[in-house]
Design a protein around this ligand. Structure first.
Ligand code: MN
Length: 509
């Protein structure tokens, strides 16, 4: 966990004022240091907290926030008011601040020291009203932020901060994210398309087209030795029929070519500094030169597990979100994946959606060791025997998310889902999950469709809707959350109200 976020830090700024004299300033500083040390030593926070001192004036606030903007390691700023801190002194700084903000409403002392409390104590410990003054100016200035309320040593409080930190890390990661598209969108598909200019302005990532011929030039440079070595890793890492290792077979050749495709893809992604990619099954290179002899599904599965965002059929929005999910999910136990609503299973209260894709599901969600298999795949420009990892997902609660382009804004759609035990699929050897969208199939799927949601989404067992709420807040995009309490009539009202809100609030469109 520490390793994943070791390049990042979150700054902690305490608000106070000089009204209460030098002793109070010294005490505020000492308490802040103790709190920051406590946060860091709790073992519950994935990103290091760095105390940046007490701000007592407008100039000091502005200087700290400008420094935060310019510091690459700083992914977010936490503010906390120890004493009353007249909020006009925060105006100029807040106008400047570009990093995500978390306002921490806590207090140094846990309980009121009834017997000893005097006016000196009250001059120092004023978070109860100081944080409200700060909250007011944030609201008046329409500053987007997360407000965390709770005692700073409590587990639930630390969890809320940890969630926000992971989102800050994902957000920072997406600000220099490059997504490469090998081939264009699948022709005529609406939902996977969108405004790439707006995506860069609003969400941070840059999306480039990369000719498949350039990818093929990387494949030409891959050596046989490299491929042999990778194939050995496959056989070591995944269950497989012993016959698959027979070098004289077509199946072995397909595995070997898959490994070559993986090496080519990884090499070009590394070279270009890309964090994600999309493919198009109708564009696999020309057969008269270097080309992919099959859809690079196995490569996509493995690259996803390594952290490369993936979107099928040119779906760059899913590729980018998939990468962000992977970053936020670092160090959490149950994994994440790109998924597609594949087919429905009507079964009363257990009606569910099989989640899969023709190949590209991330093995991080597998319930047990994936199995390497080769089967015919009759889709795309090169219908062929194709290597893939086959597995079923873990069971349990999770959350899936997608971003759509509504023409005037992006909408983040989030659905809590329950992964249940699937039945075997002897004739459909693909990786899959089976889930019931909350609150049930009819309402969950109905709300998702009314919201305009994609058939692709980015799923995680570990990231709850709280992560997505923080993400939407930082990005300044609409979020709708389909959960156990959703009803269609309320959800429709929410969509209609949001339409008006975003129409009036041009800054967010
Ligand atoms: Mn698809």
């Amino acid at each position: 966990m520490e390793k994943a976020f070791s390049n990042y830090e979150v700054w902690f700024v305490t608000g106070a004022q000089l009204l209460y004299g030098g002793d109070a300033v010294i005490a505020v500083d000492a308490h802040s240091n103790e709190m920051v040390a406590g946060l860091n030593n709790s073992g519950k926070l994935p990103v290091k907290v760095v105390y940046k001192g007490t701000a007592n004036s407008s100039k000091e606030v502005e200087s700290i926030f400008k420094a935060a903007n310019n510091d690459e390691k700083c992914v977010g700023v936490i503010t906390w008011m120890h004493t009353f801190s007249p909020a006009k002194m925060w105006i100029h700084g807040l106008q400047q601040l570009k990093k995500p903000l978390m306002h921490f409403h806590t207090q140094f002392n846990k309980e009121i020291p009834w017997d000893t409390m005097d006016m000196d104590f009250m001059n120092l410990n004023q978070s109860a009203h100081g944080d409200r003054e700060f909250g007011h100016i944030c609201t008046r200035m329409r500053i987007r932020r997360k407000v965390v309320v709770g005692y700073w040593k409590d587990e639930e409080t630390l969890h809320k901060i940890a969630v926000w930190m992971r989102v800050c890390a994902g957000w920072a990661d997406s600000q220099d994210m490059l997504i490469l598209r090998f081939g264009d969108q699948m022709n005529n598909v609406a939902v996977t398309d969108g405004d790439k200019v707006e995506a860069e302005e609003r969400l941070g990532y840059h999306v480039d087209y990369c000719p498949v011929s350039e990818l093929m030039s990387y494949q030409s440079k891959v050596t046989d030795d490299e491929v042999d070595a990778l194939v050995k890793i496959y056989f070591k890492e995944y269950d497989h029929d012993a016959s698959l290792e027979d070098k004289s077979t077509e199946a072995y050749k397909k595995v070997w070519n898959s490994a070559k495709a993986e090496l080519a893809l990884r090499a070009i992604l590394k070279d270009k500094g890309a964090k994600g990619f999309t493919t198009n099954f109708d564009d696999l290179g020309q057969t008269d030169g270097s080309h992919f002899d099959q859809i690079p599904g196995l490569a996509s599965q493995r690259l996803m597990a390594e952290g490369y965002g993936f979107g099928a059929e040119g779906d760059w929005k899913s590729a980018a979100l998939c990468r962000t999910v992977w970053v936020m999910n670092q160090g959490l136990p149950n994994g994440c994946s790109f998924l597609e609503d594949y087919t429905l299973n009507f079964d009363g209260a257990n009606s569910a959606i099989l989640q899969s894709h023709m190949l590209e599901i991330c093995p991080l969600i597998a319930s047990s060791k994936p199995r390497l298999e080769v089967h015919f795949l009759g889709i795309g420009i090169r219908k062929s025997e194709t290597a893939r990892l086959v597995f079923t997902s873990k069971t349990g609660m999770g959350c899936t998310a997608t971003v759509i382009d509504l023409g005037n804004r992006f909408r983040l759609i989030v659905n809590d889902v329950k992964c249940i035990e699937p039945k075997p699929l002897p004739k459909l050897p693909v990786a899959s999950a089976l889930w019931i969208p909350m609150p049930n199939f009819e309402v969950g799927a109905g709300a998702w469709i009314l919201a305009g949601g994609t058939h692709h989404s980015c799923f995680s067992y570990d990231l709850t809707s709280e992560y997505w709420e923080d993400y939407a807040e930082i990005a300044g995009i609409e979020m709708v959350h389909i959960n156990k309490d959703t009803t269609i009539s309320c959800f429709k009202k929410e969509l209609r109200m949001n339409e008006i809100y975003y129409m009036l609030n041009k800054a967010l469109c």
